[in-house]
Design a protein around this ligand. Sequence first.
Ligand SMILES: Nc1ncnc2c1ncn2[C@@H]1O[C@H](COP(=O)(O)OP(=O)(O)OP(=O)(O)O)[C@@H](O)[C@H]1O
Ligand SMILES: [Mg+2]
Length: 256
Amino acid sequence: MNDQASIGATPEAAQLTPTQSPILEVRDVHKVFGGVRALNGLSLAIAEGEIHCVLGPNGAGKSTFFKMLMGTDRPTSGQIFYRGHDVTRVPAFRRARLGLSVKFQNIRVFADLTVFQNLFIPLRRHYSARQIPERVEALLAQISLSGNEQRLARELSHGQQQWLAIAMSMAFDPEILLLDEPTAGMSVEETDKTAAIIRQLNVQKVTTIVIEHDMGFIRDLCARTSVLHYGKLFAQGSFDEIASDADVRRIYLGTL
Ligand SMILES: Nc1ncnc2c1ncn2[C@@H]1O[C@H](COP(=O)(O)OP(=O)(O)OP(=O)(O)O)[C@@H](O)[C@H]1O
Ligand SMILES: [Mg+2]
């Protein structure tokens, strides 16, 4: 997928081949919260149709990067492009209409509602009441929860709740899915299953950006990987290139 993968951050965001025009790009984005520099000149481009993993130590700015992409927060300076259009000032609800969807770091399922009701909430904005049951069925098949419509979300395992949250993010067929630590707290089996779900979504052409700490999971996805450190792009390449990079290993204090 990435013929020109290269280790080491460059000032240009684009480390893509000319045929891979970015679907999303951040250019020299800074974000300051009070005195904290969450992003410090981040430039990064995402190619259409790729699975792109983002990793980095705690506090590196990964979740802030997602907030910038989704528009739930604005950069202090810098620009964000979606299909070449500057969306820096476009509010989150309009970016969602353009096809961006996010599952944030904390699970967002409604524990006291049924699985069906959880999906009904995002679906009702985009589908008629008659279309919804069919759409629920299709989404549940994608996350191996077919037949569980009437179960309360709280009765699901932690992994199943995470998958339900992914299905909720997929409810209106986004072009781009942003997943912030989707395997946090999952068992090995659940983590493997999550990788399979993401690969399947990618077969359906959903560009997916995943923030993760789990190296086995990233290796499974065979994704192009960007490493953030102190709010900047620190390294980028295939998983193997990243995992064997001495500087990346150093910032992770040998935890790879
Ligand atoms: N709303 C906020 N107000 C103040 N500081 C913030 C806010 N959001 C993030 N920060 C700070 O910005 C820095 C980057 O935070 P961010 O959540 O993006 O990191 P992260 O890479 O996602 O970390 P983690 O791996 O722990 O999830 C951190 O120092 C964090 O404390
Ligand atoms: Mg985070």
